[in-house]
Design a protein around this ligand. Structure first.
Ligand SMILES: Cc1ncc(COP(=O)(O)O)c(C=O)c1O
Length: 392
């Protein structure tokens, strides 16, 4: 495998939809990615907040291999133990009654929005609300409640009865949400939006409006969920309970897997045959998911909290040392952002030259979403590289 040749062949054969890093992967282990020239990179992007247990975690590999040998895909015409096991794990942790499995975050959000419309259709109520800075996926339903012009340009019209309101703006929310609203979709900690947190007043206002109007509150935990923030779900910080919780990314341990968690009452809005997918709940993906969820509950959550606090204070020290370049630090656990006074993309490119991988989001934020298994040495290496870049 040759670095330049692979890049050239990619450019000739694939849709040019991705801005790829100039790295051709050979393999990846733990928190490290190794390219075809033998360069080793410290991975603080983790497959965009996916590889919670790092790359090719031995227990995930074992579970996937075991399941692949038994069977990989049989379709949802059949009862499958790996699905049932993972659903029971998620129920036990979350207290929700039922789980629907999808292949991705977008599909799970799509399912949640369909549930919301079913909920509202009983009273002729159809409006679904999203917020600025939110990211929910690239299919039409999620895009309809997002404000990203690049992702929507020339692709409309989008779903009717959808709107995007300003994040954390209580007045705007209260003036637009009413008895016509069937759902509000919220990232309690926005990932792509720049690791931006919902204020507790804002969440209280949403919950008060839910009581008044009876809409469903859908928590998009695709990026923040499954322990990434140090809580199993980011919404736990607010002491409230969403009606629907959507997860994906970290749960699959690198396999494509998403899920919708809901109460019996909400889950029963779908009758048999009303919703489904060929691959959703794929046995191999669920086998990987079971390992991830178990590892998170068997001590990793505490580690995310403590390593997250360590990372946070190191980043804050950087912010204090380079106030002319760093505006602040946001987020917690393994989901943090270094907010710059400048574009983040050149900083991220300079990190890559130092063999450290992170990513730029929301223009001026370096998004730091490493595997949960990072050590203090990994954090020190990341921060040293960042400091080297900031020093200029
Ligand atoms: C919060 C959030 N929701 C939904 C999605 C969509 O997930 P997927 O890319 O698996 O469709 C993402 C992906 O980045 C996300 O961060």
């Amino acid at each position: 495998m040759n670095h330049t040749e692979t890049i050239e062949r990619e450019q000739q054969s694939l849709f040019q939809t991705y801005k790829r890093l100039p790295v051709v992967i050979d393999r990846a282990e733990g928190c490290r990615i190794i390219d075809v020239d033998g360069n080793v990179y410290l991975d603080f992007l983790g497959g965009i907040a996916v590889n919670a247990l790092g790359h090719s975690h031995p227990r995930v590999v074992e579970a996937v291999t075991y399941q692949a040998r038994r069977y990989m895909h049989v379709s949802n015409f059949f009862y499958q133990e790996p699905q049932v096991k993972l659903a029971e794990q998620l129920k036990g942790i979350s207290g929700y009654d039922r789980v629907f499995f999808s292949n991705s975050g977008a599909e799970a959000i799509e399912a949640a929005m369909k549930l919301a419309r079913r909920h509202g259709s009983r009273n002729g109520v159809y409006d679904i609300v999203g917020f600025t800075g939110g990211f929910h996926g690239r299919t039409y339903a999620p895009l309809s409640i997002m404000d990203k012009p690049l992702y929507k340009e020339g692709m409309g019209p989008f779903l009717p009865n959808t709107m995007v309101l300003p994040y954390n703006d209580i007045d705007a929310f209260e003036s637009r949400v009413d008895e016509h609203t069937c759902a509000v979709v919220l990232e309690f900690l926005q990932g792509e939006g720049g690791i931006a947190e919902a204020s507790s007043d804002f969440v209280d206002a949403i919950v008060a409006a839910r009581e008044r109007y009876g809409f469903l509150l859908i928590a998009d935990e695709v990026q923040a969920g499954i322990g990434r923030t140090g809580d199993f779900f980011a919404y736990e910080q607010y002491g409230i309970r969403p009606d629907i919780v959507v997860v994906a990314k970290s749960m699959g341990g690198g396999m494509p897997l998403g899920a919708v968690l809901a109460t019996d009452a909400v889950a029963s809005l779908f009758d048999r045959g009303m919703h489904g997918t060929t691959y959703g709940g794929n046995a191999v993906a669920c086998a990987a998911g079971s390992v991830v969820v178990q590892e998170v509950m068997d001590g990793l959550l505490e580690h995310v909290r403590s390593i997250g606090a360590y990372l946070h204070s190191a980043l804050e020290l950087l912010a204090r040392t380079y106030p002319q370049r760093v505006a602040g630090v946001r987020g917690r656990g393994c989901m943090q952002g270094l907010v710059l006074h400048e574009e983040a993309a050149p900083v991220v490119a300079a990190l890559l030259e130092r063999r450290v991988i992170a990513n730029a989001t929301a223009g001026n934020v370096v998004r730091i979403v490493p595997p949960y298994i990072i050590t203090r040495d990994d954090v020190d290496a990341f921060v040293a590289a960042m400091e080297d870049v900031l020093r200029g």
